[in-house]
Design a protein around this ligand. Structure first.
Ligand code: PLP
Ligand code: 3DJ
Length: 414
């Protein structure tokens, strides 16, 4: 048998025994597309269009302002937060869907600084997604904090080194570019041993990894609604505050929807009890209710199974690269326990390679400076898709398709 036939047989076996076989039908993935960018914008869940249509035409169009009560629009941030909480290992009452990730990072960093007065150091990852670094720098200027940038390898040592002066660690569980899974349990423990708080960005792990926020004692966390959670473009983000910290969670954006009695219309601010104090202003209801509908794609699934399928897909992609003789440098750790749900490869013409793949219907993305980033969303991808995408990549490279002039011009959004 040829190498490809061997891999095809293996893909068939793996798909036949996957605990997630059948979940692809919960999505409307376009015919002829292998979608490897669910880590940037998740695919459209089949449940969403009807719900959004109903929200627009009936709830908004017919019931108008009565829908705040009739459809409990008011409670949607906490209700949807609990649904996401179940996916990231948080008991009810600790997650709220609100604002964007960037705004939630601001709230979390300021609140963490206020919870650890007299400790001026914050540790973060120098290679973090830019918004995390930009927001943290701004908070540092506002609060006179010192940001120390470290790598994953340096993190534990840096926590020990700064122990007495450390307010919090601020890391992403999965690196957006490399796909490396950081040691959330170990670093959270180390931060606590130093008397500091652990703040995690779950943008690239929520919906593909069980995370275990409560189990690992994480203090504060944020994440996106539009990536693996499939809430749609610009869907609101989520914010986790561990129950034990909620009374002390003093965040800076004291809007009326975080007030204890919003309709008392008091001129003085009094924070709501519980996670509701993390709300700010009126939620983008069309998006939020779309996200709530999208989360039904997870109904009946265990996050252990989701994670197992994700690891199997990324592992099989690496196997395909080896089996088909594709020897691009792999940025993502080969150890499945150190990998998120993506595989990143290096190529000097990475941007053009990605464009050539997209022209073939294999949609991934490019990240500076030379990374081909392929996200494997476990709910709508199979091992057969994985093999097909590796075969396309092989042909793009073998036939030097990426050298075609039409693949060179950079778009505004990459
Ligand atoms: C780690 C990380 N944080 C934050 C964001 C985005 O934040 P926002 O939704 O506010 O644009 C992204 C992706 O855009 C991300 O990958
Ligand atoms: N949020 C995005 C957007 O508004 C436009 C284009 C891409 C994005 C992304 O989410 C990028 C993503 N966080 C990344 O990991 O690169």
């Amino acid at each position: 048998m040829s190498q490809h036939a061997d891999l095809a047989a293996r893909a068939g076996d793996l798909d036949a025994t996957s605990p997630l076989s059948g979940t692809r039908e919960r999505f409307l993935v376009p015919e002829g597309v292998i979608y490897l960018d669910g880590n940037s914008l998740g695919a459209l869940p089949a449940a969403v269009p009807d719900v959004v249509q109903d929200v627009v035409t009936r709830q908004w169009g017919q019931r108008l302002i009565r829908s705040w009560n009739e459809f409990d629009w008011w409670g949607a941030p906490e209700r949807t937060g609990d649904r996401i909480g179940a996916l990231v290992g948080a008991a009810p009452g600790q997650v709220v869907v609100t604002d964007s990730t960037s705004v939630n990072l601001f709230k979390v960093f300021v609140a963490a600084g206020r919870m650890r007065p007299g400790r001026p150091v914050v540790l973060t990852d120098g290679g973090s997604f830019p918004t995390d670094l930009h927001i943290l720098s701004s908070v540092a200027r506002l609060m006179d904090l010192e940001v120390v940038r470290v790598t994953h390898e340096q993190a534990a040592g840096a926590i020990a080194e700064h122990a007495d002066r450390l307010a919090c660690i601020a890391f992403s569980q999965v690196d957006y570019r490399s796909g490396e899974l950081w040691d959330l349990p170990g670093l959270t423990r180390a931060a606590h041993d130093a008397g500091a708080l652990a703040c995690w960005d779950l943008c690239h792990s929520a919906g593909v990894h069980p995370v275990g926020l409560d189990e690992h004692g994480v203090d504060l966390a944020v994440g996106c609604g539009y990536k693996y959670l499939n809430g749609g473009p610009g869907a609101p983000a989520f914010l986790y505050v561990a129950a034990r910290h909620q009374d002390a969670f003093d965040h800076p954006l004291t809007g009326w929807q975080g007030h204890a009695a919003p309709f008392a219309m008091s001129p003085d601010y009094a924070p709501a009890h519980g996670i509701t104090r993390a709300r700010v202003g009126t939620a983008p209801l069309l998006s939020l209710l779309g996200l709530e509908a999208a989360l039904t794609a997870y109904d009946g699934l265990s996050m252990a199974d989701v994670r197992a399928h994700s690891q199997s897909l990324t592992g099989f992609f690496l196997e395909c690269l080896d089996g088909l003789g594709l020897d691009l440098p792999v940025v993502t750790p080969r150890d499945p326990e150190r990998r998120g749900s993506q595989v990143s490869l290096r190529h000097p013409e990475a941007y053009a390679v990605v464009q050539a793949l997209i022209a073939r219907g294999v949609i991934g993305d490019f990240r500076e400076p030379d990374v081909v980033r392929l996200g494997f969303a476990p709910l709508y991808l199979s091992h057969a898709d994985v093999l097909a995408s590796a075969q396309h990549l092989l042909e793009v490279l073998r036939d030097k398709e990426f050298e075609r002039p039409e693949f060179a011009a950079r778009a505004a959004v990459t």
